[in-house]
Design a protein around this ligand. Structure first.
Ligand SMILES: [Zn+2]
Ligand SMILES: [Zn+2]
Length: 234
């Protein structure tokens, strides 16, 4: 059955998951109809222009990211189907279509004076998981995003330091411990992070702990701003 599906996917023409027209997986017309994710501060979930985290929400010194921009709601059924297909059926081309939508939204929300102020990075995945999925979504998105925007992309800024146990099998407390210190900065690239606005691109939102943990080690390496760009969240 898998083989049949594979052959079918190969010969079937690309069409929009929603309107069944055009030569895209999600055409721009349908994209516009789907509600955008509300502009919120990811800490307090209240309105915030351009998705910036409120200064007052950062005050406790426990929040290390500055912006989490989300493109669409996960509750949209078409979005769910698209994500499922790129995650579990290896339809990498779908993902490759989405980085542009993310880019457009980012550009609308960010003042860029010098491209050199920014650096795009991706979240690494374990070899085994990557193998199972054939590719790392974060990497695919980041690469295309960087190429088009002309912002530098550096692949190995972050590295995973220990095998994190399957998250779903753990309690909440165990999860937090499990995730702590699971990423490190690759020391050789430290000078490339300093004073940079770091853009991290991913398909769906990671746990809050991962987001904050990654943001924290980047800030500790003197990054000036941490911006997350995510395709879908709930
Ligand atoms: Zn459409
Ligand atoms: Zn807030």
């Amino acid at each position: 059955m898998q083989i049949l599906k594979f052959i079918f996917d190969f010969i079937a023409p690309k069409k929009c998951y929603s309107c069944k027209k055009h030569w895209k997986f999600l055409c721009e017309d349908c994209l516009k109809i789907f509600y955008d994710f509300e502009e919120i501060c990811y800490v307090c979930k209240n309105f915030s222009k351009n998705f910036e985290v409120h200064e007052s929400c950062k005050k406790e010194n426990t929040v290390f990211y500055d912006k989490i921009l989300v493109l669409k709601h996960y509750k949209n059924k078409t979005i769910q189907k698209l994500i499922k297909d790129w995650k579990f059926y290896w339809k990498r081309e779908i993902l490759e279509e989405f980085w542009y939508y993310l880019y457009e939204k980012f550009i609308r929300n960010e003042k860029i004076r010098k491209l050199d102020d920014f650096l795009v990075i991706s979240i690494p995945s374990y070899f085994l998981r990557k193998w199972k999925r054939w590719y790392n979504s974060s990497e695919v998105l980041a690469k295309s995003f960087a190429k088009f925007s002309k912002i530098n992309y550096k692949k190995n800024i972050l590295k995973k330091v220990k095998q994190t146990k399957q998250q779903s099998k753990l309690t909440r407390e165990q999860r937090l411990v499990n995730l702590k210190d699971s990423f490190k900065i690759n020391k050789k690239y430290l000078n490339q992070i300093k004073d940079k606005k770091i853009i991290i691109v991913d398909d769906v939102i990671s746990t809050w702990t991962t987001i904050n943990e990654v943001s924290k080690i980047l800030k500790e390496s003197w990054a000036s701003k941490i911006i997350w760009l995510i395709i879908a969240s709930d």
